[in-house]
Design a binder for this molecule. Structure first.
Ligand code: CA
Length: 186
């Protein structure tokens, strides 16, 4: 008599093969690494956009104010002191306002034609944060810091690649020696 359907053993073998293939696929795709890459891409874009906006502000506004440069500005309050640049007063806020009251105290709305950014960026990881520093001597310069976390992009934070002074930190700006070599851990 012809056999119809699968036997139990055949089913178990098929299910076993599916489980093995699914495991291989998930390992290859590594969803955790993909999420980290997504956040890193956003961090690099955030800092690039912010850097362009500050540069535009400096070239456009007649009497610019880029912050009190003895401060280091942080996009998240409550960060452990050991994970912040030393030698600066730490000023932190979650406000993303672009009118000078946000975590970066620059009034981007003064730019002719309006601000190129609609809000200040914040790190896409819940525990993450960005750091902003400035100097007025000899001229107004700034630095922005973020931590990268994916295997693919982490090397972008090396000083060889970003030109900065802190190996583990992704540094962007017009003077990457404003903020010291520190550990931006979270
Ligand atoms: Ca660096």
């Amino acid at each position: 008599m012809e056999k119809k359907g699968f036997t139990l053993v055949e089913l178990i073998v098929v299910i076993g093969i599916i489980v093995i293939l699914a495991t291989i696929l998930i390992t290859a795709l590594n969803p955790n690494e993909l999420l980290k890459r997504g956040r890193d891409t956003r961090r690099m874009n955030d800092l690039a956009a912010l850097s362009r906006a500050i540069t535009m502000y400096l070239s456009d506004v007649e009497v610019p104010f880029i912050g009190t440069c003895t401060n280091a500005y942080v996009s998240r309050p409550g960060v452990s002191p050991g994970n912040l640049p030393s030698g600066f007063s730490i000023v932190s806020s979650t406000s993303r306002a672009i009118n000078g009251t946000g975590w970066i105290p620059i009034n981007f709305t003064l730019i002719t034609g309006g601000s190129p950014i609609s809000m200040l960026p914040a790190d896409p990881a819940g525990a993450g944060y960005y750091v902003y520093g400035c100097t007025n001597t000899p001229s107004m310069q700034f630095e922005l810091n973020a931590r990268l976390e994916s295997s693919r992009y982490m090397n972008n934070a090396s000083n060889t690649n970003d030109g900065g002074n802190s190996e583990g930190i992704y540094e962007v700006g017009t003077n990457l020696n404003i903020l010291p070599d520190y550990n931006l851990n979270w």
